[in-house]
Design a protein around this ligand. Sequence first.
Ligand code: SF4
Length: 412
Amino acid sequence: MSRDDLLDRLAILADAAKYDASCASSGTARRDSRDGKGLGSTEGMGICHAYAPDGRCISLLKVLLTNHCVFDCHYCINRKSSNVRRARFTPAEVVDLTLRFYRRNYIEGLFLSSGIVKSSNHTMEQIVEVARTLRTVHDFRGYIHLKTIPEADPDLIAEAGRWADRVSINVELPTEAGLARLAPDKKAPQIEGAMKGVSQAIVEAKDSLRRFRHAPAFAPAGQSTQMIVGADGASDVQIVSRASSLYDRFGLRRVYYSAFSPIPDASAVLPLQRPPLLREHRLYQSDWLIRFYGFTPEEVGSAADPGGMLPLDIDPKLAWALRFRERFPVDLNRAPREDMLRVPGLGTKAVDALIVLRRQRQIRLEDVRRLAGGWRKLRPFVVTLDWRPVTLTDRDDLRARLAPPRQMELFG
Ligand code: SF4
């Protein structure tokens, strides 16, 4: 195999993997410094960043085993009917690439996914073989994230969890109807069945580890999933509610939202335009509100418009606060933590710091400004020793005063 052939396939298979939203670098603009001007490059094939369970940002080789696929999901560039250049690695080649990148200090781990070749089981066996070889033959201690195939035999998915730090199974679309229309080969019950199996195996492995120090681990960094936003007609309320149900039922670490982007040679059933990128951001903010701020999906949904869409010009916490003004202002010297977490502009760290501070003395406006890193958005919603908003909280023009005037340009 020539070096050029390997690089060519790496270019195809790393590029094909960028549509997976599991890392922050997917879809960035291409830049390089080959003309001798400037410094750095985003051309390096297949290197992306992800967050390890301990919060470190780590670089991963993000690649597909193959972009051949026997399925025909309309939104996917690798679908059977797509006219893209195809390539394929053997498991041994992915192992070799991972080790070579690792030894050169380019990466700290591997993110491996694949189109489906021959059958789901055949493909899953190859994915597992990469991870098994890295761990058992090369004693690879780096991070491994395997994308698993829900249609594959549960024993193969279980083996993936044995070697990987994290496994993920994509639910793909927020609604079952959307999945049936845009990914006709995939079945929602099969996807959820596989997620349930992984979730149970994670719980059992944790339990065994508590009792036996040398019990085998199973996906210690948990499982995650990805939902494509804007390819079907699902509203934000439907998306938030589906994500919340997945967190509850399968103990997911993360639901990633991926704004649908029109692909070359797109299927006619897809929208022609991508949704505003800001929509993806607002969904992540809503996700955060539910996971860390005590909001229910219904509360987040109550900030949406009658069509179930969250506003784009203000964040969902501010939208909720403006709709439920009777809950404000919150007295930061007396209110319980859960009420303080509802204040727009106050994050969990700032709330906890204010609670520590108020045990020593009364909180003043300057303390909030310092700990929250800003004051403008907070002012109508809080009371401190030296500040009370009086009529500001109820003003008709409060939304206009707080909405950033130029933000619409971001998604225009
Ligand atoms: S199964 Fe995966 S790779 Fe194949 S068409 Fe569907 S989304 Fe694309």
